[in-house]
Design a protein around this ligand. Structure first.
Ligand code: PEP
Length: 253
């Protein structure tokens, strides 16, 4: 069966010392109380190598939050997928709405990033989701389908097995406004059906689809109880070990 996952996205928070302290605290907590799901933390680039040394990789997997759309060379300030992989990270988050909006990452740029990530042995947490305006117009299904078609449906079936989807309605990210479990389940089921049309039922059934957007300990269990919700991508609540652990523990209820 598909993996149950709780993934944290620290965004641009925590200096190196604070990040090491948070990862260590979480690692100690999870050593004492083993998670019932895969746990991933998505840290800033500069934390990856150091945090890789302090965590128990059996309980916590590491993720970057981005990688370059070029393999190597004269791209000042960029960090390649190969570099990310060399830190001990296993995943990279791509397609986050903040990167699409603030850094103008297009379908084509994301397609390049996804291919380079996979070519370098990383798994990809690929984010999709509609804006409030698109939800109000009732076009959320078209939006998520276009995002999949634009950047990941070019992959072979074998390559697609390394993709985790994160459905994140933009209107719920960092706003305190969560999609209801029913709203989230409806679109997760739709996303799975679109994957099934493209890659067949079996691959669709094996693809983990995470929900993201103001997920917290108090609402995680209800969201995760839905058949097509395989876990969460967590922003704000991943910055405190106790809150993040509260969400991880939702898989035990
Ligand atoms: C995110 O940005 O991936 C996210 C889900 O943020 P938050 O949990 O803070 O809404």
């Amino acid at each position: 069966m598909r993996k149950k996952i709780v993934a944290g996205n620290w965004k641009m928070n925590k200096n190196l010392q604070e990040g090491i302290a948070l990862a260590t605290e979480l690692s100690v907590m999870l050593a004492a109380d083993k998670p019932a799901c895969d746990v991933i933390i998505g840290t800033p680039f500069i934390h990856l190598a150091k945090i890789s040394e302090v965590i128990d990789h059996k309980n916590i997997r590491l993720s970057a939050q981005n990688c370059a759309d070029k393999a190597s060379g004269a791209y000042t300030g960029e960090v390649s997928a190969e570099m990310v992989k060399s830190t001990g990270a296993e995943y990279v988050i791509l397609g986050h709405s903040e990167r699409r909006e603030y850094y103008k990452e297009t379908y084509d740029i994301l397609k390049e990033k996804v291919q380079l990530a996979l070519a370098n042995g990383l798994k990809v947490i690929f984010c999709i989701g509609e804006s409030l305006d698109e939800r109000e117009k009732g076009i959320q299904n078209q939006v998520v389908k276009a995002e999949l078609e634009g950047s990941v449906f070019n992959l072979s079936a074998d390559a697609f097995k390394n993709i985790v989807i994160a459905y994140e309605p933009i209107w719920a990210i960092g706003t305190g406004k969560t999609a209801t479990a029913e709203q989230a389940e409806e679109i997760h089921a739709y996303i799975r059906s679109v994957i099934a049309e493209k890659y067949g039922r079996q691959i669709a059934e094996e693809t983990s689809i995470l929900y993201g957007g103001s997920c917290k300990p108090s609402n995680a269990a209800e969201l995760f109880s839905k058949p097509d919700i395989d876990g969460g991508l967590i922003g704000g609540a991943s910055l405190k070990a106790a809150d993040f652990k509260g969400i991880i523990d939702a898989w035990k209820r």
